[in-house]
Design a protein around this ligand. Structure first.
Ligand code: BG6
Ligand code: MG
Length: 215
């Protein structure tokens, strides 16, 4: 039986992946690096520091810790500024209906996100109260593609990976879920079509009743 749903945040609940992309693009261009959607694909799901490391590798440059911290802060400022008007209308189609349906069926709900802004975003979307647990980038020692974030969420809910479904839009997140033994549904990013167990263009295509008797 599926007893828990674990949601990635950026790109699954809300389309903030594009805000991450545009903020990193500004940082990259300040370093003289060409940064398109193609390069951005490898950053999806990856935590802030590891993302900057990927950009620095693309640029083939090394920076001091001070400069690195400055860029990380700058990126987060740009990102948060871009979210200043974020609100309930930005929740992706099908998400809140699914949260409601699952709650009514006593299925447990979790967030498993690499973001340190997860609680801030969920508050803006007024979704916080749906979740039994929110595991974010401040609570793990190993980041996606490590399964730690999903394992912590499942442990908190007292469920085994086999009793959960993970929803992800990133290759790193799909790998993390698979590594942890979770069933993973890829959503909204065609690049993960072949690696996810099931792929959906949008959360609104997900039908909970298809999974209720899955053992
Ligand atoms: C993930 C995003 O959810 O969070 C990444 O997919 C992002 O693009 C990462 O870099 C870290 O987010 P934040 O908000 O802590 O910078
Ligand atoms: Mg994501």
């Amino acid at each position: 039986m599926i007893r828990g749903l674990i949601f990635d945040l950026d790109g699954v609940i809300v389309s903030t992946e594009k805000n991450h992309f545009l903020s990193w693009k500004k940082i990259a261009s300040s370093l003289g690096v060409v940064f398109t959607e193609k390069e951005n694909e490898s950053l999806k799901g990856i935590n802030r520091r590891d993302s900057l490391n990927i950009i620095l590798e693309l640029a083939n440059i090394r920076l001091s810790e001070v400069k690195i911290n400055h860029l990380l802060n700058k990126k987060n400022e740009l990102y948060k500024y871009s979210l200043r008007n974020l609100n309930k209308l930005d929740i992706l189609d099908g998400v809140e209906d699914l949260l409601l349906e699952a709650k009514n069926k006593n299925i447990l709900l979790a967030i498993g996100s690499s973001s340190k802004n997860a609680s801030f975003i969920l508050e803006k979307l007024k979704l916080t109260n749906y979740f039994n647990v929110i595991i974010d980038g401040t609570m793990v020692t190993k980041h996606k593609p490590s399964p730690e974030v999903f394992e912590k969420a499942a442990n908190f809910m007292n469920l085994s990976p086999k009793e959960c479904i993970v929803f992800e839009d990133s290759a790193s997140g799909v790998s993390a879920a698979k590594e942890g033994g979770f069933k993973v549904i890829g959503v909204g990013n065609e690049n993960i079509k072949l690696i996810a167990d099931v792929y959906l263009n949008s959360m609104k295509e997900f039908n909970l009743s298809d999974y209720e008797s899955v053992v």
